[in-house]
Design a protein. Structure first.
Length: 467
C-alpha cells in the first residue's frame, strides 16, 4: 500500500524525514532501501492502523453522544467513563456474533466487499499532512489527487456488497450510492481544482507551508471564489461519503439497512469503520487544502518551523515540539469538521433520491463551474503573492532575496499584491466573525441545554415492600 506512494514521490533530492532520521541515527542504522521499507512497514502497522481504528471507534462513540445531546438524551454512559468504552464493547459483541452469508449470495464477492470498503480509506490516511515532518511521504506531488482517487474506490465495496447480497433492498442502496458518487464527484473535483489552481501545487506538505503565515494566508481566504469553493467541496463530500442528509444508500426508513442489510458480525463493523475513518480523511483533505493544514491562525507554527529548520538555528528537539503542536491543531480541525457532519445528520431531514441528484446537477455543478471560471479570471486579473511565508522570495519575483513576512503589509504592496491583500484580509475577518458567532451560538445552546432535564435519566431505585 505504501510502495505506490513512494513510487509516485519526487525522485529528486531526498533526505530521510526528521523522525526517521532520528530513529536511524539512534539505532545506528544505515538508510538503505531495505531498512527504509522495514521502517515503513513498522510505521504503517503500528501508527496508521492504530490511528485509523482509534478514529473510527472514537467517531462511533462521539456520534452517539452528539445525537443524544441534540435529542436531550445522555447517549452512551454505562461502559467506562462517560461511555468511552462503548465502542470496544460493541466491537467485542460483533466479534461474538455469528457471521452469516445468505444462501443465494455470491459468497466470494460478499466476503470481499467489506475489505474493499475499508482498505481505500486506510490508504488515504497515509497522505494526510499531520505536520511539516509528520507526513508519511512529504515528496508526494500528487497528494490531493491520491487521496481523492483512492477514496473513490470505496464505492466499489458498496456496490459489491449490494450486488453480492442478492437482496433487493441491498441492490437499491448500492445503486443509490453509485448515482451519488458519480454525480457529486464532479463538483467535488472542480472545487479541488479551484484550490489547487490558487495554490499552484498538489503536494499537501507544500500546501501547508504556503498557508503558514496566519489566517489571511489560508487558502480559504485567498479569494472569494476559493472561499465559496470550500462550501461546494463540503456539501459534495457529504454526498460522496454517504453522510446525512445524503445517506440514501442506507436510509433505514426505506431500505431496512441499505447495502449492508445482509451483513452481520465483524464484516458489518468494517462498513462502520470505513464510514467514520472516511469522515476524518475528508476533514483532513479540507483542512490541508483550505483551512491552513497544521498551521495556527496567527502563523506561529510556520514562523517557528522556518526558524528552527534553517541551518543557522537548526534544533531537532524544538522541531519535534513544533510538529506535535501542528499535529494537535490538524487533528482538531479534522474533528471539528467531523462534528459539523454529525450536527447536520441529526438536524436535517433526508431528501428523496431525485432531490439529491437535482441538487448536484442543477445547483452544485453550475455553481462549481462558475466558481472555476471566476477563480481563473481572478488569477489573471488580480493575481496573488505566490510566496512561502517566512521564507525568501524566489528569484524573478519583485522582492527576490527578502524574507516574506505575511504580516508586513508593505511587502504585499511593494510586490504588487495590494488588491489580493485587501481581499484576503476582508475574507479572513468575515470568516473569523462567522466562526466566533457559530461558537458563541453553540456555547449558548450547550449552557441552555444543560438546564433541560434529560430524557431516559436514571431510574428510581426499586424499593422492596415488606408485608
Amino acid at each position: 500500500m505504501f510502495i505506490p506512494i513512494r513510487a509516485l514521490a519526487d525522485s529528486g533530492s531526498y533526505s530521510p524525514p526528521l523522525i526517521q532520521g532520528l530513529v536511524f541515527d539512534k539505532l545506528h542504522i544505515r538508510p538503505t532501501a531495505l531498512s527504509t521499507v522495514i521502517y515503513d512497514l513498522i510505521v504503517v502497522a503500528t501508527v496508521f492502523i492504530g490511528l485509523a481504528s482509534l478514529v473510527a471507534m472514537f467517531g462511533i462513540w462521539w456520534e452517539r453522544k452528539v445525537a443524544g445531546h441534540i435529542q436531550s438524551r445522555f447517549g452512551p454512559n454505562r461502559v467506562g467513563p462517560i461511555g468511552l468504552l462503548q465502542s470496544i464493547a460493541d466491537g467485542l459483541k460483533l466479534l461474538l456474533k455469528e457471521d452469516l452469508v445468505p444462501r443465494n449470495a455470491d459468497s466470494f464477492l460478499f466476503r470481499l466487499a467489506p475489505y474493499l470498503a475499508f482498505t481505500p480509506v486506510f490508504a488515504a490516511f497515509l497522505v494526510l499532512p499531520f505536520g511539516p515532518e509528520l507526513t508519511f511521504e512529504p515528496r508526494l506531488n500528487a497528494g490531493v489527487f491520491w487521496a481523492i482517487a483512492i477514496l473513490s474506490v470505496e464505492v466499489m465495496g458498496v456496490i459489491l456488497a449490494g450486488w453480492a447480497s442478492n437482496n433487493k433492498w441491498s441492490i437499491y442502496g448500492a445503486m443509490r450510492e453509485a448515482c451519488q458518487m458519480v454525480s457529486y464527484e464532479v463538483p467535488l473535483g472542480l472545487a479541488i481544482v479551484i484550490g489547487v489552481m490558487t495554490a499552484g501545487t498538489l503536494n499537501l506538505v507544500q500546501l501547508g507551508h504556503l498557508q503558514g503565515g496566519g489566517l489571511h494566508t489560508w487558502l480559504l481566504f485567498r479569494n472569494p471564489f476559493a472561499f465559496l469553493a470550500f462550501f461546494v467541496f463540503f456539501v459534495a463530500s457529504l454526498a460522496s461519503n454517504k453522510r446525512a442528509p445524503f445517506d440514501l444508500p442506507e436510509s433505514e426508513s426505506e431500505l431496512v439497512a441499505g447495502y449492508h442489510t445482509e451483513y452481520s458480525g465483524l464484516r458489518f463493523s468494517f462498513f462502520f469503520f470505513a464510514e467514520y475513518a472516511s469522515m476524518f480523511v475528508i476533514g483532513g483533505i479540507q483542512a490541508g487544502l483550505f483551512l491552513g493544514g497544521w498551521n495556527d491562525p496567527f502563523g506561529l507554527i510556520g514562523w517557528a518551523h522556518a526558524r528552527f529548520a534553517s541551518p543557522e538555528h537548526y534544533n531537532a528537539g524544538k522541531l519535534l515540539l513544533i510538529n506535535a503542536a501542528g499535529a494537535a491543531i490538524f487533528i482538531g480541525k479534522c474533528l471539528g469538521i467531523m462534528y459539523v457532519q454529525m450536527w447536520l445528520r441529526w438536524t436535517l431531514p433526508r431528501p428523496r433520491i431525485d432531490q439529491v441528484l437535482y441538487a448536484c446537477i442543477k445547483v452544485l455543478l453550475p455553481m462549481a463551474c462558475v466558481l472555476l471560471l471566476g477563480a481563473a479570471l481572478w488569477q489573471l486579473l488580480v493575481g496573488d503573492l505566490n510566496a512561502v511565508p517566512w521564507m525568501p522570495f524566489e528569484a524573478g519575483q519583485p522582492l527576490a532575496g527578502q524574507v516574506f513576512n505575511p504580516w508586513n503589509f508593505g511587502q504585499w504592496v511593494r510586490a504588487g499584491a495590494g488588491a489580493a491583500l485587501v481581499a484576503q484580509v476582508v475574507l479572513a475577518l468575515a470568516g473569523a466573525i462567522g466562526m466566533a458567532l457559530i461558537v458563541a451560538w453553540a456555547m449558548y445552546c450547550f449552557s441552555v441545554g444543560g438546564r433541560i432535564k434529560k430524557r431516559l435519566t436514571e431510574a428510581a431505585p426499586i424499593v422492596m415492600m415488606s408485608h
